[in-house]
Design a protein around this ligand. Structure first.
Ligand SMILES: Cc1cc2nc3c(=O)[nH]c(=O)nc-3n(C[C@H](O)[C@H](O)[C@H](O)COP(=O)(O)O)c2cc1C
Length: 298
């Protein structure tokens, strides 16, 4: 991006991407290497991926009516442009859990990324670092917490308009160069859970997003039809890391435990409250893990 003829403001000039594409196409005939139209992007993704990869990302529970209702609710929102006010320098920056970030956008936790590339979560973690936007690592990931942290930091190595916005004012001592959060599926073994949280904290993940709505898989017809559940394939993506060392073993077995006979754990509110003080080990955890973001808790 070439922000030079734009007034400098607190936010990156993301819209320059469009200008760059127009310029490159007009001047030297180079077009974007993929469609930026969301529907066309979905179509080309479907052509590129096999059914397992596509349906894992694209399936909904049942007939997808909740997904449709959510979209309909979202479509009811409208952006009302402001006119005749000076919006030449815009400020999209915001602060979340002590992190100043360039735009109110985050990477949601997405598990089993090795379905798409042998590098798995290292790829989006690196991109998030390049952008300086929070990356949330899923418990069901197939790369170790430490490696993901490293990839996330590496992404920041070249300073740009977007990642140089980041500032952190929280208590974590992991010296993370980019904001990163950890999504927790609470398993049946509290010791393993604590160990995971401890490792995450040490690697600079300073917020825990506790998922409370996935105690068991949804009814996913498109996945059932092709038996699309990677944890049940020996040596398949998602659990092969379990064979590669103790720490990784703990992590991957824990993740794949979600698909085991016991399924995931249903953390009732009272139980979570009891468990919270345990997260105070070691002492460094005390302050940081006060920031727990619980999804869909009632
Ligand atoms: C392919 C896929 C994998 C996901 N994996 C996880 C996960 O491992 N942990 C989790 O808490 N949420 C997971 N989610 C849920 C997302 O983080 C997110 O909350 C959900 O997709 C809703 O956001 P959306 O409407 O932008 O898709 C996953 C979603 C998808 C589509």
């Amino acid at each position: 991006m070439d922000p030079e003829n734009k007034p400098k403001g607190p936010s990156p000039h993301y819209s320059l991407y469009q200008r760059e594409m127009f310029k490159r196409g007009g001047e030297i005939g180079i077009l974007p290497s993929f469609s930026v139209h969301p529907e066309e992007l979905q179509e080309s993704t479907k052509k590129k991926l096999n059914d397992r990869g596509y349906f894992y990302a694209n399936s909904n529970a049942g007939l997808g009516w909740t997904d449709r209702a959510n979209r309909e609710a979202f479509y009811r929102w409208r952006i009302v442009p402001r006119t005749c006010v000076d919006t030449n320098t815009r400020d999209l920056t915001t602060t979340i859990f002590g992190h100043k970030i360039p735009a109110p956008i985050m990477f949601a936790p997405i598990g089993i990324n090795k379905l798409y590339t042998p590098l798995g979560e290292l790829v989006p973690a690196r991109v998030a670092g390049e952008l300086g936007i929070p990356y949330c690592l899923s418990t069901a990931a197939s790369q170790s917490i430490e490696d993901v942290a490293r990839a996330n930091d590496e992404g920041t190595s070249e300073k740009n308009e977007s990642n140089s916005v980041h500032e952190y004012s929280g208590p974590n001592g992991g010296n993370a160069k980019s904001p990163r959060f950890f999504q927790l599926y609470m398993g049946h073994d509290d010791e393993v859970t604590l160990s995971l949280l401890n490792r995450a904290w040490k690697s600079g993940f300073d917020v825990v997003m506790l998922t409370t709505d996935t105690w068991q898989l949804g009814w996913r017809p498109t996945d059932i039809n092709i038996a699309n559940y990677v944890f049940y394939y020996p040596g398949a993506v998602g659990n092969e890391v379990g064979l590669s060392g103790r720490a990784a073993c703990e992590y991957a077995e824990y993740a794949s435990g979600l698909g085991g006979p016991e399924g995931g754990r249903i953390p009732a509110y009272e139980e979570v409250k009891q468990f919270l003080p345990l997260w105070a080990l070691p002492t460094k955890l005390t302050d940081g893990l006060v920031e727990v973001w619980t999804r869909f808790a009632v």
